[in-house]
Design a protein around this ligand. Structure first.
Ligand code: PMP
Length: 621
């Protein structure tokens, strides 16, 4: 009897083993990959194992069968582990490990080990800066004071981008811009100043405010005056807008929404629905909007079980896509990653202890090669490739990253500039991926709607924007920015400032050749020199394509003056060649103190002596 069960089990085992491996390793459309052959070669030569004749032998075969069954999954998990972007798997409680504290003013000024005379010089410069900003922007500051506490949205005047022990210090500086008019790339603020805007309006301002105003005025006149905000019936301009979007994206269908976040929500949901697969792959620290399902890790308290965040531009990531293709619905790429691979735009917190390298050198060729490999892997395995072109669409080229890198995607998300400055999100793709009904199952549908989809004035502005954008000579503008950045860097080096600019088409940022604890002050000095940045931070900036030589030379002057202010204030003082390690030691001490604060608060809370979340100002180490 045992021997017949034995044979039965063995047959089952071989069957399970082979079908398990077939399902696990071989995505339906792929030939046997080298990885699979490698793993198969490692398997024990089970076929030649003698028949067991006792119960122990049955257990042995069952365990072996089970082990072989789970082996492919173990292999896939290991592959994924090697390619995962670590920050994305940080559990939500990681952000509660550090306890908040603020440096006293005196400690701030010595936070890099500066001696008393330098601290004194800095203290004086800081007092002058507070006084200067208050004198320059009294009306803007008054409006800010009036709304503070009532406007919850984090904006460019938020101080949270500054490394936390410096927040109390940063709060003393007011940088709110209250804009009332624009004149080319200048903002006219509530105090009557002309402020050069390099914020790019979060990336929306591609063609320049004057261009957007012209589109808006025409659309307003044609649509809002005559029709009003009628929703449901469609506007005739929808026809033109859709055919131009098709032309730009190379895709026949389009779905319209109200923001880039919604466009990404739509694309990922459609990809899951139409492929019947669970996972979405993203890369590095790429931003895809604030939808929590595409934002795992710190900043999102919800665990996200159906997203895999892999290392950017890594062959290991391609291996994971191949091995797990049967469960990956889509790969979502933000082509702006070419600018800062594996990194978000630099906040001032990231400028403290190390020299920030944007990785922009050879970005175009390197990233194009990466996109080509990704494209080939997705085609080979039947995984949908989605470009999140919310930022890059219409900024790199009229046809966005698809045109700039000459690599096509299966679905493309747009937003920002597309509606001439009005809120929009759009997804373009082929009919088989844009489908919201399952032809085989009438009750299975992908519920995707939105009250404001195809709003008439937005549709008209989209059409006009796409018409206007065709007329712009992008290459000429990008060449001008190339030249300007090169000259700026030469001049900054000659003047001995530890600042350099890096750029990618019309997107640019500040980098530092030396680490420093006060680089975050540069933006305040720039503001005092009438430059508007994206936020309180020297993060990602953009030129609108109407920036001409006069604007560029005004910007040059402001940057050089702000650098001189930093120099004169003693903010770039260094202790010598090992300044970087001095800074690191001080930052480590602060982190240790912050941990102590956190533990102390928890113990106090446990003893009933206070609340765990109490955020008092504590004198620093
Ligand atoms: N994707 C990318 C690449 C973005 O840059 C952004 C916005 N910065 C979004 C999505 C989200 O767009 P929105 O802010 O319009 O929701």
């Amino acid at each position: 009897m045992f021997s017949s069960i034995n044979v039965g089990f063995r047959l089952l085992f071989y069957r399970v083993m082979f079908s398990g491996m077939k399902v696990a390793f071989l995505p339906p459309t792929s030939p046997l990959s080298p990885d699979v052959s490698f793993v198969l070669s490692l398997l024990p030569p089970t076929l030649s194992v003698p028949l067991p004749s006792n119960l122990l032998g049955e257990v042995y075969y069952l365990s072996l069968g089970f082990a072989v069954l789970i082996l492919p999954e173990v292999y896939r998990r290991l592959l994924t582990l090697c390619a995962i972007h670590v920050a994305s798997i940080a559990p939500p409680y990681v952000s509660t490990v550090l306890g908040s504290f603020s440096h006293s003013d005196g400690d701030c000024l010595r936070a890099d080990g500066a001696p008393d005379d330098v601290a004194l010089q800095r203290g004086k410069a800081f007092a002058e800066l507070i006084e200067k900003l208050a004198r320059l922007f009294p009306k803007s500051s008054k409006i800010y004071d009036d709304i503070e506490g009532r406007f919850s949205d984090i904006r460019f005047f938020d101080v949270k981008k500054v490394f936390f022990p410096f927040r109390e210090m940063a709060k003393k500086l007011s940088v709110c811009v209250v804009a009332t008019r624009t004149d080319g790339p200048y903002l006219i603020d509530a105090d009557g100043h002309k402020i050069l805007d390099v914020s790019g309006s979060y990336g929306v301002n591609v063609i320049g405010y004057e261009g957007f105003k012209s589109i808006g005025n025409r659309a307003h006149k044609e649509v809002l005056n005559d029709l009003g905000p009628v929703l449901g019936p469609i506007h005739p301009d929808l026809r033109g807008a859709l055919s131009m979007l098709s032309e730009v994206s190379g895709q026949p269908e389009c779905s319209l929404h109200m923001s880039g976040t919604e466009a990404v929500m739509c694309a990922t949901r459609l990809a899951r629905f139409n492929t019947k697969k669970k996972f979405i792959v993203t890369f590095g620290a790429a931003y895809h909007g604030w939808y929590d399902a595409v934002q795992p890790g710190v900043g999102n308290e919800r665990p996200v079980p159906d997203i895999i965040v892999l290392k950017d531009q890594s062959p290991a990531s391609l291996r994971v896509i191949r091995a797990r293709a049967h469960e990956i619905a889509a790969v979502l790429v933000n082509p702006l990653q070419a600018f800062t691979p594996n990194q978000p735009p630099p906040s001032d917190g990231t400028l403290i202890g190390k020299v920030r390298d944007s990785g922009v050198t050879n970005a175009r060729e390197d990233f194009r090669n990466w996109l080509l490999k990704l494209r080939a892997t997705c085609t080979e395995t039947g995984v949908v490739l989605i470009y999140d072109e919310v930022y890059t669409g219409f900024r790199l080229a009229p046809g966005g990253a698809q045109e700039y890198f000459n690599v096509k995607a299966d679905m493309i998300c747009y937003g920002k500039a597309l509606a001439g400055g009005m809120p929009i999100g759009a997804v373009c793709g082929p009919a088989k991926l844009m489908r919201r009904f399952d032809p085989d199952h009438p009750l299975r549908l992908c519920y995707l709607v939105g009250t404001f989809s195809a709003h008439p004035s937005i549709v008209t502005m989209t059409k006009k924007f796409l018409e206007d954008v065709k007329k712009i000579d992008y290459q000429k503008k990008h060449d001008e920015y190339d030249l300007w950045v090169g000259l700026m860097n030469k001049e900054l080096e000659e003047r001995g400032h530890p600042v350099r600019l890096a750029h990618f088409a019309s997107v640019w940022l500040f980098q530092y050749t030396e680490p420093g604890r006060f680089h975050w002050l540069m933006q305040y000095y720039l503001r005092s020199r009438m430059v508007n940045l994206a936020w309180v931070g020297t993060g990602r900036l953009s030129f609108s394509l109407d920036f001409n030589q006069t604007h560029l030379s005004t910007l040059r002057e402001s940057i050089l003056l702000a650098c001189q202010d930093m120099q004169d204030g003693g903010w770039w003082w260094t202790s010598g060649p090992d300044h970087s390690s001095v800074i690191k030691k001080m930052v480590n001490k602060e982190i240790a103190w912050s941990l102590t604060v956190s533990v102390g608060r928890k113990i106090r809370a446990m003893l009933g002596l206070g609340r765990a979340g109490e955020g008092k100002t504590v004198k620093a180490v």
